[in-house]
Design a protein around this ligand. Structure first.
Ligand SMILES: Cc1ncc(C[n+]2csc(CCOP(=O)(O)OP(=O)(O)O)c2C)c(N)n1
Length: 339
């Protein structure tokens, strides 16, 4: 059980993630995006890239897709609380929470979503490509499941060098059905790599319910087939996640190999778009009763909570001022990060 100051640190992280994503609503013009250039997402993205992306960015707006993490904050927060800057995380398309929990800056993330040069990826990446190697965050990823094997690289490097670094891959229940997870679990278990496979089971892959894409409701038992422990945890309870992740990180650091964690959780907004509505509003309302931030707040002194809320509010104001005043990248830099 974490002590009071650790619990306040967990609250701070969750409020940063939640507050960051709420501010996106102010700058995200979803209807403009939805009306762009055709019915298919790829048509709209093409239209954005060819004509209006610059207009969005130069007006301080956020263009393109954003996938909110609101509701799932306890997962990244509880796991990353055990990690150092020299531990590594790879995230998914829903990666703002992974980035912030791993210590990425609010200003770097907000400027990135606005396409500004002060962004953590110099404004070239956007929502799904936050990146901060100094903080051990090796990127979000728009290809479902692609981030999972990437987490094995730093894990192998740590083991090879005889260091005690660990590596974490976050992915959704949809990502858990990608074959690449099983190749990664197999080799990680065989070589006892210091990896945590963290499945954030929010019950849906876009709008496909997990119950029609998987024969069993629980995904963690799949780990048994690779001889690695699989744990199911309440993903709304940051203290429960903290406990389970702490044990998995200890195992990994001491050379006992990987763990698979399935966190049962829920996103409080639609699959994509700032503050869009969930496709199943009644079910969503029920899950909102177990808001991870409110559950933790109930265990803390109100005065402490108010202090942390005020402090995070100031951090967000500062990030916002930084992002809107950060210049757009120079046109002659266009090939600088191309490879
Ligand atoms: C390989 C691949 N297939 C399909 C898509 C389209 N896609 C984007 S998000 C998504 C759903 C992912 O669901 P899940 O992994 O459960 O994550 P969640 O959105 O629930 O966080 C899909 C299918 C993609 N980006 N990459």
């Amino acid at each position: 059980m974490p002590d009071q100051s650790e619990m306040l640190r967990l609250l701070t992280t969750m409020l940063r993630i939640r507050g960051f994503e709420h501010r996106l609503g102010k700058y995200y013009n979803y209807s403009a995006y939805a009306n762009l250039g055709g019915r298919r997402e790829s048509d709209r993205t093409a239209a954005l890239l060819t004509s209006t992306l610059y207009d969005f960015a130069s007006s301080g707006m956020i263009g393109g897709a954003v996938h909110l993490y609101v509701g799932q904050e306890a997962v990244a927060t509880g796991v990353c609380a055990h990690l150092r800057d020299d531990d590594y995380v790879t995230g998914s398309h829903r990666g703002h929470g992974h980035f912030i929990a791993k210590g990425g800056s609010l200003r770097g993330a907000l400027a990135e979503l606005m396409g500004r040069s002060g962004g953590c990826s110099h404004g070239y990446g956007g929502s799904m490509h936050l990146f901060d190697p100094a903080k051990g965050f090796l990127g979000g990823n728009g290809i479902i499941g692609a981030q999972i094997p990437l987490a094995l690289g730093p894990a192998f490097a740590a083991k090879y060098r005889g260091e005690d670094g660990v590596s974490v891959a976050f992915f959704g229940d949809g990502g858990a059905n990608q074959g690449t997870l099983y190749e990664a679990m197999n080799i990680a278990a065989l070589w006892k790599l210091p990896v945590l496979f963290v499945c954030e089971n929010n019950l849906y892959a876009a709008t496909t319910p997990q119950r029609i894409s998987s024969p069993l409701p629980d995904l963690a038992p799949r780990a048994e087939g690779f001889g690695m422990p699989g744990a199911i945890v309440d993903g709304q309870d940051v203290l429960a996640v903290y406990e389970v992740a702490g044990e998995a990180v200890r195992r990994a650091r001491s050379g006992d190999g990987p763990t698979f964690i399935e966190a049962k959780t829920y996103r409080f907004h639609g699959h994509c778009g700032a503050e869009s509505d969930h496709a199943f509003p009644d079910e969503c309302a029920e899950w909102r009763q177990r808001d991870p931030i409110e559950l933790l707040k109930a265990k803390l002194e109100p005065a402490d909570v108010a202090r942390v809320e005020a402090q995070v509010g100031e951090e967000l104001d500062e990030a916002e001022a930084f992002a809107v005043s950060s210049p757009l990248p120079e046109a002659n830099e266009v090939e600088r990060f191309a490879f």
